[in-house]
Design a protein around this ligand. Structure first.
Ligand code: C2O
Ligand code: CU
Ligand code: CU
Length: 554
């Protein structure tokens, strides 16, 4: 998809536009031999399906700020179970049950069917402490039929597989492979899996979501996600806003039909419904469209998560007020980063402090791309209570580049149908999910990964198990690389943005650029994965295994 078209979409162009076909400069023609999908050319362009259920609702016409922002409930443990690492110790035990629910996303929209891990979308917040493990029993009590369009051409979603399958991944967790939610480790309704999260990691906002091979994008779109917070004493000592002044804020976009039901775009071809992007024009904050939140004239901490399948947000406040970013994917930054806007790709998190003390008695609107309304803050009148943030939040030691034992160069590439020009496939390093494992780092070694993005889009690349640091980004000649395979840089390396200088687990790999990250593979050996977090991309087939090997004996 071209950058212009992407921009249009992000600015609320609606779903149908996501399906406009057309080959772009960043698209490669599909080599006939590399097909993962059935090699059938799609002749059908998107046609708006008939019937009231399939007619889209335009979120732009809905009344603004008529619903209060819901605050997700905090999950409660049901008991205790022995620590797998120490039988004398007991760990909290949670039961989360996936089920079909109805939720009202807006005062003027009929209740919507969702799938949830509790009573709401997003699901309940799992609150945990660093160094204190938890058990979670993830039960699947969903119906046996899916209500979103499965594409049986996709790897892992072949006809004959049960329609409804689930497996849960805690994104950002340093978890053993057996509890990481491998995409092939799915299970059907009536079953559950007991996973253990040791939480041997720093305080951070993680999140849980479905990760099922071939239908992850549909399960997540249906509502299967929620926040997972790790807390620790170092963070608590900083005096950051807490209790009612700390707000989990999960943003995600969806399309809806006129009946208030989820609308997931498709090609119009029931045999091959997969589309390369699903962008909806409704932006939901904690499950409501255009909500408001009553706040005091003081500082708030927002634990922000972009849980969209494919939409990136560019958030700012309409009154021009700035805010401080104090943390990213894997916890606090070294020092607060003052921002006027925040670009957040799918799966990224940001810890923000917004100080409303200068705005007593006013309303402040949160915007996306300075255009779409997201939500409104209603600042109460009263005595202003400004907050002075600590100048230093923690120490983040940079991983020296010299400590890397190897550098891997990996391409991000898009393939198009030669006839229609539509994107049919996206690959990491030209490999499919089911090709043999090529990324096999050794435990406790450091590697540099160079993500060579030949496309016209930013792809948020995520590695399971680890946290990493962003080294830099550098634009290069895609044309030259395509024709001769040579890397010709077009500029100097650009250091990461201030909000990216802490620990990350998802990085925006910019279009036509090489993005370099440095990773220490710590924690566990075994089978994990890495992938693009645009869920439509990951499903076809921008996802690869990652195997952490035991250290070689000296
Ligand atoms: Cu957020 Cu592989 O996941
Ligand atoms: Cu993950
Ligand atoms: Cu992608």
């Amino acid at each position: 998809m071209s950058l212009n078209r992407r921009r249009f979409l992000q600015q609320g162009g609606g779903l149908a536009a996501a399906l406009i076909a057309g080959q772009t400069a960043g698209t490669d023609l599909l080599p006939g031999a590399a097909l993962c999908r059935a090699p059938r050319l799609r002749k059908t362009k998107f046609v708006a399906p008939a019937g009231p259920q399939r007619q889209q609702l335009s979120a732009l016409t809905l009344a603004r700020f008529v619903d209060a922002l819901p605050l997700p409930e905090i999950a409660r443990p049901e008991g205790k179970r022995a620590d797998p690492a120490d039988a004398h110790r007991q760990l909290p035990y949670y039961r989360m049950s996936m089920r079909e629910i109805e939720q009202t996303v807006h005062r003027d929209v009929k209740p919507t069917r969702f799938w949830s891990y509790g009573n709401t979308v997003p699901g309940p917040v799992l609150e945990t402490r660093s160094g204190e493990g938890v058990w979670v029993d993830w039960g699947n009590a969903l119906p046996t039929r899916h209500f979103l369009p499965i594409d049986h051409n996709l790897h892992g979603a072949e006809a004959g597989k049960p329609e409804v399958r689930t497996v849960v991944h805690v994104h950002g967790a340093k978890a053993p492979p057996a509890s990481d939610g491998y995409p092939d480790a799915w299970y059907t309704p009536g079953h559950s899996r007991l996973y253990c999260y040791p939480n041997q990691q720093d305080a951070a906002l993680l999140w849980y979501h479905d990760h099922t091979m071939g239908i992850e994008r549909l399960n997540v779109y249906a509502g299967l996600f929620g926040s997972f917070i790790v807390r620790d004493a170092a963070e608590e000592a900083l005096g950051l806003p807490k209790g009612e002044y700390e707000i989990p804020l999960t943003l995600f976009d969806r399309g809806f039909d006129r009946e208030g039901q989820l609308y997931y775009p498709d090609t119009g071809d029931p045999e091959a419904p997969w589309v390369s992007e699903a962008i909806g024009d409704a932006i939901l904050a904690n499950g409501k469209i255009y909500p408001y939140l009553d706040v005091q004239p003081r500082a708030y901490r927002f634990r922000l998560l972009n849980a969209s399948n494919g939409r990136s947000f560019d958030l700012s406040l309409a009154n021009g007020q700035g805010f401080q970013q104090i943390g990213s994917d894997q916890g606090l930054l070294q020092e607060p980063a003052p921002l006027s806007n925040l670009f957040l790709a799918p799966a990224e998190r940001a810890d923000l402090v917004v100080d409303f003390s200068q705005y007593a008695g006013q309303n402040v609107v949160l915007k996306d791309h300075r255009l779409n309304d997201v939500m409104q803050f209603r600042v109460a009148a009263g005595k202003a209570m400004p907050l002075a943030l600590p100048a230093r939040l923690r120490t983040i030691e940079r991983i020296p580049e010299a400590s890397a034992v190897r550098t891997r160069t990996m391409t991000l590439r898009e393939y198009a149908d030669p006839v229609s020009g539509e994107t049919t496939l996206l690959l990491l390093n030209g490999k499919h999910w089911h090709d043999p494992v090529t990324e096999k780092p050794e435990l406790n070694t450091v590697e540099i990964w160079e993500l060579v993005n030949l496309t016209e889009d930013t792809h948020p690349i995520h590695l399971h198990l680890v946290r990493f640091q962003v080294l830099d980004r550098r634009s290069f000649s895609v044309q030259e690389y395509r024709s001769s395979g040579k890397m010709v840089y077009l500029g100097q390396p650009i250091p990461p943005k201030a909000g990216e200088t802490g620990w990350k687990d998802t990085v925006q790999a910019f279009q036509r650029s090489v993005t370099r990250i440095i990773v220490r593979f710590e924690g566990f050996t075994g089978r994990y994965l890495w992938h693009c977090h645009i869920m439509e991309h990951a499903g076809n087939d921008m996802m690869r295994p990652l195997e952490v090997l035991p250290p070689r004996k000296a």
